[in-house]
Design a protein around this ligand. Structure first.
Ligand SMILES: CC(C)(COP(=O)(O)OP(=O)(O)OC[C@H]1O[C@@H](n2cnc3c(N)ncnc32)[C@H](O)[C@@H]1OP(=O)(O)O)[C@@H](O)C(=O)NCCC(=O)NCCS
Length: 208
C-alpha cells in the first residue's frame, strides 16, 4: 500500500467495514489513522486493484500489535477528539474509554490482522484470500509462526471466510458490550534475509 491508496482505502472502509468503532470515527479520522499506520515499521498493508484500477480491497496487519498501538494512540488523538466533537459521534466517547480499559486479549500475540475489507462488487473472487496470502508471506519472512484476528461474532460472512482459510477458534470475549470471537492462524514458511519485506502489492496473487 502507498500513500496514493489512502483516500480510496478510507472510502472503502467507511462504506463497507460494518460495526468497527474505528470506522465510526469517520473519514477524517480514518485518513489520519491510515497515514500514521502506513509509516510504522510494524505495519504490513496490502491493496488489491480491480480491472479498472480501482481499489477492490485492502488488508492491514502488524507484526507487533503492542508497539503499533503505542505508536498510533498519540498520533490519532487529535483526530479522535475532532471526530468526537461532532454531535453524531460524541456517543462513541464511552465506547472508546471502555475499549482502553478492556485492554488487549491474552496471551499476548504480536502479529495481528487489524483490518480487512473487499468491495462488495469484487467479493467471492478470491481477493480476500489473496490479501491474506500476501500478508502471511510478509509475516513468514519475519519468522512469525502465528497471528490473531478479532471478528464480531454476528458477522457470519467474516466467520465463514476465516473458517474457509483454516483459522482456528481461540477465545470469545465481550468487547464494548458486543460478543467478539478471536481466531488464530498458523503461518507456514521460513524466514528470509531481512530487508526483503514487501510493503505494497497490486492485485495480490494475480500478478496484475
Ligand atoms: C470477509 C471478506 C473480506 C471476504 O472477502 P472475499 O474476497 O469475498 O473472500 P474470498 O473470495 O477470498 O473467499 C475465500 C473463501 O471464504 C469463504 N467465503 C467468502 N465469502 C463467503 C460468504 N459470503 N459466504 C460463505 N463463505 C464465504 C468461501 O469459502 C470462499 O471460497 P470460495 O469462494 O472458493 O467458496 C469480505 O466479505 C468483506 O470485506 N466483508 C466485509 C468486511 C469484513 O467482514 N471484514 C472482516 C472483518 S473481521
Amino acid at each position: 500500500m502507498t500513500a496514493a491508496s489512502i483516500t480510496p482505502v478510507v472510502g472503502l472502509q467507511a462504506a463497507f467495514l460494518e460495526g468497527s468503532i474505528v470506522t465510526q470515527l469517520g473519514p477524517g479520522f480514518l485518513a489520519r489513522f491510515h497515514s500514521a499506520a502506513l509509516v510504522h515499521d510494524s505495519s504490513r498493508a496490502f491493496v488489491a486493484f480491480d480491472d479498472n484500477d480501482e481499489v477492490a480491497g485492502f488488508a492491514l496487519g502488524t507484526v507487533d500489535v503492542h508497539r503499533f498501538n503505542a505508536y498510533m494512540k498519540p498520533r490519532v488523538l487529535p483526530s479522535t477528539i475532532r471526530a468526537l466533537l461532532s454531535p453524531t459521534r460524541i456517543g462513541l466517547l464511552g465506547s472508546l474509554v471502555r475499549m482502553v480499559l478492556e485492554g488487549e486479549p491474552q496471551p499476548p500475540m504480536p502479529a495481528e490482522l487489524l483490518l480487512l475489507v473487499v468491495h462488495p462488487r469484487s467479493r467471492r473472487c478470491g481477493i480476500g484470500r489473496s490479501l491474506l496470502v500476501a500478508l502471511e508471506s510478509a509475516f513468514a519472512r519475519e519468522g512469525i509462526g502465528q497471528y490473531r484476528v478479532a471478528a464480531r461474532s454476528r458477522l457470519a460472512v467474516a466467520r465463514a471466510f476465516y473458517e474457509a482459510l483454516a483459522f482456528e477458534h481461540e477465545q470469545d470475549r465481550t468487547v464494548l458490550g458486543q460478543p467478539m470471537v478471536y481466531l488464530t492462524k498458523r503461518v507456514e514458511g521460513e524466514r528470509e534475509p531481512s530487508g526483503t519485506a514487501e510493503r505494497d502489492k497490486r492485485q495480490p496473487g494475480s500478478g496484475h
